[in-house]
Design a protein around this ligand. Structure first.
Ligand code: ATP
Length: 369
């Protein structure tokens, strides 16, 4: 299925085209193009300093445009001599440094943007959004009386109150504790989906991006390196950087020989790389399958358990895998491998015990080294 923002018959609610931005001589955003369809949630995901916030600030009008174009519902709001100020773009903003009005209480902060609403509608909308973010009891508090996380929740309520067509969120849940974050982000997702607002959100947390996004754009050094649905990025990463951004991974170095790479955990098929190419095999910990000692057969790849820890819904098993006596791994490499396997439920083999190792090809990727 083609993502809505990529369909030619749908006018994106928000579009950044070939946007570049420099701070002094440093290029923070480098030819970035991304669009968000009405009702779609797109996440910019990437490491600290890759240019996510700058891209969002350019979309909001908080940073003057230097190069490229920003459009809202097909109308150019920045670029080519145009640069509409933030308050005239009609987008909901939650930025890390986008402070609340200090002289207004929470209720008045939230209703500030509700121009043209009746007093009764303003009041009931404020109650609705404050309840959403769990701040009903603080309606008459001033920003300086709130914690950082509480201020962030009010900022979120203020952004959503006018039911904007486009919402820009920069790490909107970073100040919330884990339980509150789960609840607020779940509700925000439902609100965005039921309101039909388009949302461009910035995060460095892949799980958060997967929770919120219809589409994720992974950024590195000011550029988008891959964009697609969460499942595309998780199951078909284009390089080791993207693969490792979605959680810790195991790396095994190897060399292609007759269409596969021989490793201590077996022969892994390779497509599109010539014999002799050095490669990096990346396996997600949940892509490593383990069986207990009783089921180990002599020829199976085996590992020796170092540690096993219960992490809640999964168990994490640390193992060492060594070359079997007399066997060759095809690379002449005798270095033992240290692998992590993530197993559903409680699976806690004793340190020193042996486990049989298999891998899931859908969670195993081979990239040129
Ligand atoms: P983080 O996740 O840490 O917030 P980010 O991906 O959002 O990072 P940006 O804040 O967009 O990244 O910064 C991109 C680059 O631009 C960084 O190298 C940063 O140091 C630089 N930068 C950001 N703002 C400014 C500024 N006002 N002046 C100079 N350099 C800046």
């Amino acid at each position: 299925m083609i993502a809505p923002a990529l369909r030619p018959d749908i006018v994106p609610a928000l579009e950044l085209e070939n946007v570049c931005h420099r701070y002094g001589r440093a290029l923070a955003v480098d030819g970035l193009s991304v669009s968000v369809a009405p009702g779609e949630v797109v996440c910019l995901l990437g490491p600290s300093g890759c240019g996510k916030t700058t891209a969002l600030r350019l979309a909001a009008g908080l940073e003057p445009i230097q190069d490229g174009v920003v459009r809202l519902a097909g109308v150019q709001v920045a670029g080519g001599g145009v640069d509409l100020p933030p308050e005239r773009r009609g987008v909901g903003l939650v930025f890390q440094d986008y402070a609340l009005f200090p002289h207004l209480d929470v209720h008045d902060n939230v209703t500030f943007g509700l121009t043209g609403w009746t007093a009764a509608d303003r009041r009931s909308r404020a109650e609705e959004v404050l309840e959403l973010v769990g701040m009903t009891d603080y309606a008459h508090a001033f920003p300086h009386e709130l914690s950082g996380g509480q201020q962030q929740r009010v900022a979120l309520a203020r952004a959503l109150a006018p039911k904007p067509r486009v919402v820009l969120l920069d790490e909107p849940y970073s100040g919330l504790d884990a339980r509150l974050r789960d609840r607020v982000r779940d509700e925000v997702l439902h609100i965005l989906k039921s309101s039909g607002s388009a949302c461009l959100m910035v995060t460095h947390d892949s799980e958060e991006a997967m929770f919120m996004a219809d589409r994720i754009a992974v950024m590195r050094d000011g550029k988008i390196v891959q964009q697609g649905s969460p499942i595309e990025l998780y199951c078909e990463p284009r390089d080791a950087f993207v693969a490792s951004f979605f959680g810790e991974v195991n790396h095994i170095d190897g060399v292609v020989h007759r269409g596969s790479v021989d490793t201590l955990i077996g022969s892994i098929p390779v497509r599109g790389l010539i014999d002799g190419a050095t490669v990096s095999v990346v396996i997600r910990p949940e892509g490593i399958h383990l069986r207990a000692w009783a089921e180990v057969f002599e020829d199976d790849p085996t590992g020796e358990v170092e540690q096993a820890r219960l992490l809640g819904r999964t168990s994490l098993v640390h193992m060492t895998v060594r070359r079997r006596e007399g066997a060759t791994d095809g690379n002449g490499d005798d270095e033992p491998l240290h692998l992590h396997a993530r197993v559903p439920g409680v699976f806690l083999p004793r340190p020193g015990s042996k486990v049989r190792i298999g891998y899931d090809p859908r969670l195993t990727f081979v990239f040129p080294a």
